[in-house]
Design a protein around this ligand. Structure first.
Ligand code: IMP
Ligand code: MG
Length: 173
């Protein structure tokens, strides 16, 4: 595998996260906000987005994996690590790196909603176009990209390349 062309540059990502952070700051003014990052992919966007949010945030993480196939979501989600804290009455914003089939988030939203948060919203840096998915209300979104497989900025290929500071396509060799 080779790193292919850059799809979203580090500069474009930073500018977008600044916009998203400003919107989140406005929307949650005066409220206690808990960011929930979905491991592993979201750790990069979570760290950078959070620094564009001018509120006294709290952080928690969940780790999930979908059963089976490698690069395709099966829709059957297994919780590998649950939240440390209860979210009853909390304002919760889920942070995701990318929405592909949307099955992971559909499951997670359902799973977290029954814990009675005061509010539950979703932020994602990348959304794949041309993919059929269940309706998902993404309150804060970054970039719409094509249906190709991408790496970098938290996204991996076989566990690697999460540390690339930009988003690139994969060149098969
Ligand atoms: P979904 O359930 O199909 O929306 O899958 C979401 C998860 O699959 C993301 O959080 C990523 O971890 C992974 N994923 C989806 N598309 C890509 C990609 O193009 N590159 C790397 N990981 C991806
Ligand atoms: Mg992920």
């Amino acid at each position: 595998m080779k790193i292919g062309r850059t799809l979203v540059s580090a500069e474009e990502i930073d500018a977008k996260l600044e916009e998203m952070g400003a919107a989140i700051t406005r929307d949650y003014e005066g409220k206690d906000l808990l960011l929930v990052g979905i491991l592993k992919g979201a750790f990069v966007v979570m760290a950078d987005l959070a620094r564009h949010i001018a509120l006294p945030l709290e952080f928690d993480f969940m780790a999930v994996s979908s059963y089976g196939a490698s690069t395709k979501s099966s829709g059957v989600v297994r919780i590998l690590k649950d939240l440390d804290e209860e979210i009853d009455g909390r304002h919760v914003l889920i942070i995701e790196d990318i929405i592909d089939t949307g099955l992971t988030l559909q499951y997670l939203m359902k799973n977290l909603k029954v814990r009675n948060p005061a509010s539950l919203k979703l932020a994602a840096l990348l959304i794949k176009e041309g993919v059929e998915r269940p309706p998902l209300d993404v309150a804060y979104e970054g970039f719409h990209i094509g249906p190709e497989f991408v790496i970098g900025y938290g996204l991996d290929f076989d566990g690697k390349y999460r540390n690339l500071p930009y988003v690139a396509v994969v060149d098969e060799v």
